[in-house]
Design a protein around this ligand. Structure first.
Ligand code: THU
Length: 245
C-alpha cells in the first residue's frame, strides 16, 4: 500500500507505525526510561518523525511530538493527515494534552491519530479545542483577509495559476495556489496544490485572489497561453504580461 493523501489514497498505518518505532529507538529518555516515537503523514506524502528528548532539568524535556512538528516545519510545512505515536513496546500511545494542542495546530480536527481499536480524530482527542481561528475571531485574520489560517505560512510563497473554467455552461475564472515556484531555495519543496480558489466572473478578480497569496501569478488563457500577472519581471518562458480586458 502507498502513503495516502487526505481524501485520496489509503493511509498505510503499518508503515507509519514502523517509522514511529524507528524514531522511538533514537529517543533520549534516560530520566523517565520511557522512550516515545512518533511519525506523521503529511498531506504531500512526506513522513516526518520525532522522538522525546529529555533533560537533566526534568521539566524542560521535549515530547516526541515537539520534534515531529519542528521537523514538519523545517522540511517544508504542510498539514498532518495521520499520526502514529508509540511507546517502548511499539504500541500506540496517546499524545499528552500539550501535544494534542501541537497536533491540532498542524493537522486540525480531521487529522487521525492511531489508537486501539481504531484511529481517533483530533476532534475526538481534543474536543472544544482552542485554535488559530479563535485568534482570528478577535484580531481578524493575522495574514490577510482571505488566506485560511492553516495556510498563513505559505503567504508570499508558491505560485497562483489563474484559469478559465465552465460553470453551468458559462465561463468563469478560478485559480489554484501551488506550492512550487516560490524561490530557488524552495525548489526542493514537494509540489502540490495548497488551495483551490472559488469561481469569479472575471479574470481580474481571480488575479486579485492570487495577489493576496503570492507575488507569483500566472494566467492560463482558454487556449493554454501563459501570461504573467505577478510582481516584477516575468520569469523565463512567460515573456508577456497579462492584460486586463
Ligand atoms: N512523552 C512524549 O514524548 N509524548 C507524549 O505524548 C507523552 C509523553 C514523553 C515525555 C517524557 O520524556 C516521557 O514520555 C515520560 O513522560
Amino acid at each position: 500500500m502507498e502513503w495516502g493523501r487526505i481524501g485520496g489514497m489509503e493511509i498505510d498505518w503499518a508503515a507509519l507505525r514502523a517509522a514511529a518505532i524507528e524514531a522511538m529507538r533514537h529517543a533520549y529518555a534516560p530520566y523517565s526510561d520511557f522512550p516515545v516515537g512518533v511519525a506523521g503523514l503529511v498531506d504531500d506524502g512526506r513522513v516526518v518523525v520525532g522522538c522525546n528528548v529529555e533533560n537533566a532539568s526534568y521539566g524542560v524535556g521535549l515530547c516526541a511530538e515537539c520534534g515531529l512538528v519542528s521537523s514538519l516545519a523545517a522540511t517544508g510545512g504542510g498539514r498532518l493527515v495521520a499520526v502514529s505515536c508509540v511507546d517502548a513496546n511499539g504500541n500506540p500511545l496517546m499524545p499528552c494534552g500539550r501535544c494534542r494542542q501541537l497536533l491540532w495546530e498542524h493537522g486540525g480536527a480531521d487529522c487521525l491519530v492511531e489508537a486501539v481499536p481504531r484511529p481517533l480524530t483530533m476532534a475526538e482527542l481534543l474536543p472544544h479545542a482552542f485554535g488559530p481561528e479563535d485568534l482570528d475571531k478577535v484580531n481578524g485574520p493575522a495574514s490577510g483577509p482571505e488566506v485560511p489560517a492553516a495556510l498563513a505560512k505559505w503567504r508570499g510563497r508558491g505560485t497562483v495559476f489563474v484559469h478559465p473554467d465552465l460553470s453551468g455552461g458559462a465561463t468563469v475564472w478560478t485559480g489554484y495556489w501551488e506550492r512550487s515556484g516560490g524561490s530557488p531555495q524552495e525548489s526542493d519543496v514537494a509540489k502540490g496544490v495548497l488551495e483551490e480558489g472559488p469561481n469569479f466572473p472575471t479574470a481580474a478578480e481571480a488575479v486579485a485572489w492570487g495577489q493576496v497569496r503570492t507575488p507569483r501569478i500566472v494566467v492560463v488563457a482558454a487556449d493554454g497561453g501563459l501570461t504573467w500577472a505577478g510582481e516584477g519581471e516575468p520569469p523565463e518562458g512567460i515573456p508577456d504580461r497579462w492584460q486586463q480586458d
